[in-house]
Design a protein around this ligand. Structure first.
Ligand SMILES: *Cc1c(COP(=O)(O)O)cnc(C)c1O
Length: 359
């Protein structure tokens, strides 16, 4: 007899829910989950392997619970005067976000985001038994400081997610929106800067707003620009008191010695690891220009992906690309698809396939 979820004493609030499920298919050109598709250079991979090998000699012992060296590495990398005691890290920024929700949301509390945005915000919120509330964006997925502040003031959430730039739309977010939302709320305001490295170099970061704002949290990840998605390393910067709150909910020794060693080693090679960012940005802009020429609606993007509209039948276009060996993402916005900027060859494969399919 097969057992189904209905037969189990599952939490009522999880009944009927769907797990996160971006398709993982072994296609030659995978541009669906915004990874950095450039492989890690050999000399960096060798140094990371050496560091992991060294850490392996001590895996009979629990790792440094406070991941001291890694926090110093992140503080250094972030700059802006960020100190190691302001830094937190976990197994992907998804776990970082989960820690925040565990500490500041939970049953009877609410978290808030402006739709369409990163689908994990709602899933993570439900996972801690809190309620997720969606706000709205303006034309072309924009968000004005006035509208954002008004919506947050009305919803009074315990946690606000601001995705900057926004996934899946790529929409840039100016710091004045963040300031307005912070003023309008009494909860934790998380600015998710997962794609920060793909924004223009001189664009301000939410990190600049941290001084004097103890409820502000800026999260980052090594999964995207850093080409480290498989290692699962995310981090954040905030007031040291916020970090103390996260210590209450993390599992003991949540960052393995091997993860700490690998991430610290990768950070030592930040310049090389990030060396591909300019090339990816170039391919992103090429995608935007080409899609526009093909007659699609293209949105401004500060990330490593492009959302495009004007797709007659998203399911059919997605499948036709799939059949040509190209995997992109249907993010559930009617008439729209999202594609990650890959290497020059991968990007060409996508653009050629799409042009061949036609609108
Ligand atoms: C990819 C992504 C993350 C990163 O997740 P990891 O757990 O660090 O791999 C976080 N936020 C957004 C908006 C993303 O798109």
């Amino acid at each position: 007899m097969t057992v189904s979820l209905d037969d189990l004493p599952l939490r009522d609030d999880l009944r009927g829910q769907q797990p996160y499920g971006a398709p993982q298919a072994p296609l030659p050109v995978a541009l669906n989950v915004n990874e950095n598709t450039h492989p890690i250079p050999d000399e960096v991979a060798d140094d990371i392997a050496d560091s992991v090998a060294l850490a392996l000699r001590d895996v009979n012992r629990y790792p440094d619970r406070e991941f001291t060296a890694l926090r110093e590495g992140f503080a250094d990398y972030l700059g802006h005067g960020i100190q190691p005691e302001q830094v937190w890290a976990a197994n992907g920024s998804n776990e970082v976000l989960q820690h925040i929700l565990q500490a500041f949301a939970g049953p009877g509390r609410t978290a808030f985001g402006f739709a369409p945005t990163y689908s994990m915000y709602a899933l993570l919120t439900r996972g801690v038994g809190a309620t997720y509330v969606s706000g709205e964006r303006g034309p072309a997925f924009s968000l004005s400081p006035e509208s954002a502040a008004e919506q947050v003031a009305a919803a009074r959430p315990d946690v606000v997610f601001l995705c900057a730039p926004n996934n899946p739309t790529g929409t840039p977010m100016e710091n004045d929106v963040i300031e307005a939302v912070y003023e309008a709320s009494e909860g934790i305001v998380i600015v998710d800067e997962a794609y920060r490295e793909f924004a223009p170099r001189d664009a301000p970061s939410a990190l600049q707003l941290l001084p004097g704002r103890p409820r502000l949290v800026v999260s980052r990840t090594m999964s995207k620009a850093f080409a480290f998605a498989g290692a699962r390393v995310g981090y954040l910067a905030a007031d040291p008191a916020v970090i103390d709150a996260l210590r209450l909910v993390r599992l003991p020794y949540h960052l393995s010695a091997l993860t700490q060693a690998a991430a610290s080693a990768a950070l030592r090679h930040a310049d090389t690891m990030l060396g591909m960012v300019d090339e990816i940005v170039e391919q992103r802009d090429r995608i935007s220009a080409t899609l526009e020429a093909l007659g699609y609606t293209v949105y401004p993007t500060w990330s490593n992906f492009v959302l495009f509209g004007g797709v007659e039948d998203t399911r059919a276009t997605w499948q036709a690309l799939y059949d040509r060996g190209v995997l992109i993402r249907d993010v559930g916005i009617p008439g729209h698809l999202r594609v990650t900027a890959g290497t020059e060859e991968e990007t060409s494969a996508f653009l050629d396939a799409l042009a061949a399919i036609g609108r």
